[in-house]
Write a protein that binds this ligand. Sequence first.
Ligand SMILES: N[C@@H]1[C@@H](O)[C@H](O)[C@@H](COP(=O)(O)O)O[C@@H]1O
Length: 242
Amino acid sequence: MNILTFDSDDKLNEAGAGIITGVVQTNKRAVLGLATGGTPVGLYKHVVSDFKRGMFSFKNVTTFNLDEYIGLPASHPESYHSYMRQHLFDHIDIQPSQAHVPNGNVPDPKAECARYDEMIEDSGQIDLQLLGLGHNGHIGFNEPAHALTRGTHIVDLAEETRQANARFFDSIEEVPTQAITMGVGTILKAKMILLVVKGADKADIVQRALQGPITTDCPASLLQTHPHLVVLLDRAAAEKLA
Ligand SMILES: N[C@@H]1[C@@H](O)[C@H](O)[C@@H](COP(=O)(O)O)O[C@@H]1O
C-alpha cells in the first residue's frame, strides 16, 4: 500500500487526476471504475482541465460507476447519473454508450445488477478503480455487514449513510433508502485501486480501514489485501495513522 499525504487540497486533486490521466495516456482503451460523493469533485475538475489542454482522449475509454440510488430517475439532480454528467462526462469526449452507471430506476433492479456485472465482465478488467470512503467504512455502497457480496447487488443504506448524504437533498426523507452497488469482490479485482479521503471527520475510519483488523465490519479494511492500493489523504484525514 502506498499512502500519500497532502497539505493542499489542490495538490491532492492534481495528484489523483494525474494517476487517472496517466492510466488513460498509457492505455487508450482503459477501463476505469469511477466514484461519486463530495471527495472526487476537485479531482474530476483537474481531469477535465487536463483533457481540455488536449493531452489525451477518452474516446476509447470505458467507465463503470460504483453505484446509484434506487428509485431516482437518471435526470434527478442528485442521481449519480447527473453527478457524473455534471462533473465529468459532459466535459470530455467519452462515448455515452461507454460511460456506465447502474440504472436504479428500473422495474427489476436485480436484473439490472446482473446486466451490470455482465458488462463489467465483458470489458475485461477494471484498470483503475477510484474510491471514496464512507464514515462507517463503506466503499461504493457496501455497508458494514456480517458478510459482503462479491458482485453488483441491491443494498439497504445505513441510516448513517443516509444522514451523511442528506446534505445533497432538501431533507433526509428525500434520500433513497436503497441503492445498487458494485460488490467488494469486483472492486478488489481491479488492477489498481485509488482511495481518496479528505477531512478530520474521516480520520478515525481511515485508521481503522488502513491499519485496523481486516473485517467486513469495515468493508474498506479489505483493501489492505489489494496488491496495488494507492491512498491519497489530506493532513486531517491522515491524523490518526500510526
Ligand atoms: N456511495 C458514496 C461513496 O461512493 C462515497 O465514496 C462515500 C463518501 O462520500 P463523500 O466523498 O461525499 O464523503 O459515500 C457515498 O455515499
